[in-house]
Design a protein around this ligand. Structure first.
Ligand code: MLT
Length: 311
């Protein structure tokens, strides 16, 4: 009998692949290339993706044998879970695999934005020794507004507390008493926008969060605020943020994620005060190993008809 086939549509850690290759026919495709993805789905039993592969109704219809879609990461926003469920396809992810890495990337961008790391580096390797131009700001005693106090937001808050920051958060689902235990004051979104010296976004992307930090929200912030988005592109409206920076209504930003990815052109790229990265939040060896092995184990269980516990 032929081995069940697993289509790996994005980079998966070698440890994850090693858990699959003895028992399954492991194939690879570039999931961002629809013309390659759709035909490759025609006879596969499992599909493994990260964030670049759109697993929508069209992709599911192209995969009549599919039993399981595994997302090697936290969010599920690139998988149409309703369509998968209707088609009888199980959807699994690795919800804690990269939360530390994502939190660290947000802090990396926050510090880089505070200290002008990217433009100072660029100037120096271009032969310019400019010290006063790249004078930054301290985190100590500043207020950071954490938008979304879920698993990643909590890790960010705990780490920023060690910098001596005052912590406030907006999260309609969090218990104020629980937040208080980690030294976070829960406030409304408007209050967070008005009080924060730094804002860092840690929300999933959905119809309620898309464009949440747009023109209206940005009209309420301090002109000295620096805004970090290492969650999902589109929660911070890139065009609105660029306008606010251009008009001096926002001091700077750190942006890891974009509404449309891959993103190689953005109005944000013209500002020295904006540090950007190509969606690297989960891109550490540790996170990728955890994500790869967690989803490989889930795929093994699913294809053996066994119960797949939450990772
Ligand atoms: C995640 O949601 O876990 C990450 O965005 C995955 C990725 O880096 O592709």
């Amino acid at each position: 009998m032929p081995k069940p086939s697993v289509l790996v549509a994005e980079e998966l850690s070698p440890a994850g692949i090693a858990l699959l290759e003895d028992d399954f026919d492991v194939r690879h495709v570039d999931g961002a290339d629809r013309s390659a993805l759709l035909p490759a789905l025609s006879d596969v039993d499992a599909l493994i993706v990260r964030s670049a592969t759109k697993v929508d109704a069209e992709a599911l219809a192209a995969a009549p044998r599919l039993q399981v879609v595994a997302r090697a990461g936290v969010g599920l926003d690139n998988v149409d879970v309703d369509a998968a469920t209707k088609a009888g396809v199980l959807v699994v992810n690795a919800p804690t695999s990269n939360i530390v890495s994502a939190a660290e990337q947000a802090i990396n961008l926050l510090l880089a934005s505070a200290r002008n790391t990217a433009p100072a580096h660029q100037a120096l390797i271009g032969g310019e020794w400019k010290r006063s131009k790249y004078t930054g700001v301290e985190l100590y005693d500043k207020t950071v507004g954490v938008v979304g106090l879920g698993r990643i937001g909590v890790l960010v808050a705990q780490r920023l507390s060690a910098f001596g920051m005052k912590l406030i958060a907006y999260d309609p689902f969090v218990q104020p008493a629980r937040a208080a235990q980690i030294g976070v004051e829960v406030v409304g979104l408007d209050e967070l926008l008005e009080r924060s010296d730094f804002i860092t976004v840690h929300l999933p992307k959905n119809k309620d969060t898309l464009g949440l930090i747009g023109d209206e929200a940005l009209a309420k912030v301090k002109p000295t605020v620096r805004i970090v988005n290492a969650a999902r592109g589109g929660i911070v409206d890139e065009a609105a943020l660029a306008r606010a920076i251009k008009e001096g209504r926002v001091a700077g930003a750190g942006v890891d994620v974009f509404a449309k990815e891959p993103c190689t052109e953005s109005p944000l790229f013209e500002f020295e005060s904006v540090v950007v990265a190509p969606h690297l939040g989960a891109s550490t060896h540790e996170a990728q190993e955890k994500a790869g092995t967690q989803v490989a184990r889930s795929v093994r269980l699913a294809l053996s008809g066994e119960f797949v516990p939450d990772a």
